[in-house]
Design a protein around this ligand. Structure first.
Ligand code: FAD
Length: 415
């Protein structure tokens, strides 16, 4: 069988598509397949934040007691539903093991680097591809209504300032003057002036347009179902629309990766971090810039003519069900800070599963088992903001160039 391209990427989310763009730009003949429409997985309705200031892994020191408490409170911003599952037990064991300062600092360094690179690359994406991603460099404001929350925001500011991400602390009065949309009682906040936001689906579309300009082929409705894997190599892949063949394969299948890995005997222990987002009318007064409501972990993003409220993280395994109690907690949380009307209405409610690795760092690299299979997944709550950096590292490794970032923290075989 003749090969269809040099390299096939499975998964057309922001990770797969940014890899396609970067590799095609560098001369590789790429085909991207997606089981649905590219960009309609977790990359569809996220908050759109391009914020290196949030380069924290999911497991953070001091979260042990909190995580036990979360298991008993279905309204908590991070909820881990206790259930008998070997994947959950092994994921949680590794998650708890990674809640230490040394590991956290290592992860923050790696995640800030790929996020800062990405922010810079996104600022040029509309011009490079001719597709507007609505990139806005408005900064990001964290607002806290407890002293603990304000201290947490300042700790985060100090941590990322060591990696060249500037921020400044604001007292309650200063915060309210700076952001008149904050109508509830607050203790203080932190403003990060360099952060940006964009429309997530438009980013995937821009990347697709850019990749196509450099010769990439993008095919929707092709689901990977099996592989011809022998002698340490993938020879071809079987999809719902037939067999495809290439020299190399990149799997960027987001929260589906555990099942895809299982098909080949590769351990990719990801769970889904279910989150929701609403599109609603602008508030009165409407925020001037994106806000993180610290204690509630609600992300508020003003858009052209609408507003997006996003939040919650529920650790699940491929469960897309909607829990009304958890979506109500987002609205309730936002109302503590902002003038959210009592008869809150939305024009769209979306949920997505963030692909969460147990240590909060993506898996980017070749698998040990198959010499021509590369994995790029596990980007938890930072997939959009770190996609371009992840793609750069992917392309460097595939093209045997000196990698721009240290690939060790991203080792795809570490679990
Ligand atoms: C509420 C919410 C808010 C968020 N806000 C932000 C934010 O502001 N900033 C940020 O950086 N991140 C944010 N995130 C996280 C971000 O959305 C994810 O990290 C990112 O979208 C992951 O991208 P991905 O390409 O890995 O996965 P996906 O976008 O899910 O893409 C994976 C693709 O693989 C395809 N696929 C799967 N299996 C197969 C198969 N067998 N065959 C073919 N195709 C297959 C799927 O159809 C899908 O299109 C948020 C997430 C949520 C839920």
């Amino acid at each position: 069988m003749n090969k269809d391209s040099d390299l096939i990427i499975v998964g057309g989310g922001v990770i797969g598509m940014s890899c396609a763009y970067e590799l095609a730009k560098r001369g590789v003949k790429v085909t991207v397949i997606d089981k649905g429409e590219p960009g309609f997985g977790c990359s569809y309705g996220n908050a759109g934040w391009l914020t290196p200031c949030f380069s924290m892994p999911l497991p953070m020191p001091g979260m042990l007691l909190k995580s036990i408490k979360w298991m008993t409170d279905p309204e908590s911003p991070l909820y881990i539903q206790p259930r008998p599952s070997w994947l959950l037990v092994s994921w949680l064991t590794r998650f708890l093991f990674n809640m230490n300062r040394k590991q956290m600092l290592r992860s923050v360094t790696a995640l800030t680097e790929i996020s800062k690179y990405s922010l810079d690359a996104y600022s040029r994406l509309s011009a490079e591809t001719g597709h507007d991603v609505h990139f806005k460099k408005t900064g990001l404001l964290m607002a806290a209504n407890t002293l603990d929350g304000w201290n947490y925001a300042r700790q985060e500011m100090n941590l990322v300032s060591e990696h060249g991400v500037p921020g400044r602390s604001l007292g309650a009065e200063e915060l309210k003057a700076f952001e008149p949309a904050i109508t509830g009682p607050v203790k203080g906040g932190v403003f990060f002036p360099e952060e940006a936001n964009a429309e997530p689906l438009e980013i995937v579309r821009a990347l697709a347009a850019g990749a196509k300009k450099f010769g990439a082929t993008i095919i929707s409705g092709h689901e990977l179902i099996d592989c011809d894997a022998r002698d340490g190599k993938i020879h071809s892949i079987r999809t719902t629309k037939g067999v495809l063949k290439a020299d190399q394969y990149v799997f960027a299948t987001g929260s589906w990766s555990t099942g895809v890995g299982r098909m080949l005997g590769i351990n990719i222990p990801l769970l889904g971090g279910k989150g929701y987002a609403f599109i609603t009318k602008p508030l009165s007064p409407n925020p001037l810039r994106p806000l993180m409501l610290v204690e509630k972990k609600v992300a508020v993003t003003p858009r052209d003519g609408t507003l997006r409220l996003a939040g919650t993280m529920e650790i699940v395994n491929n469960d897309y069900s909607i829990t009304p109690r958890r979506i109500n907690s987002i609205v309730k949380g936002a109302r503590e800070f902002l003038n959210v009307p009592q008869d809150f209405q939305y024009s769209e409610l979306w949920r997505g599963l963030r692909p969460c690795s147990p240590d909060g760092v993506p898996l980017i690299g070749y698998t040990k088992k198959y010499s021509n299979l590369f994995i790029a997944t596990g980007h938890q709550m930072l997939g959009l903001q770190s996609a371009m950096g992840s793609a750069r590292l992917t392309a460097d490794l595939i093209l045997k160039a000196t990698p721009i970032f240290d690939p060790k923290p991203f080792d795809a075989n570490r679990f």
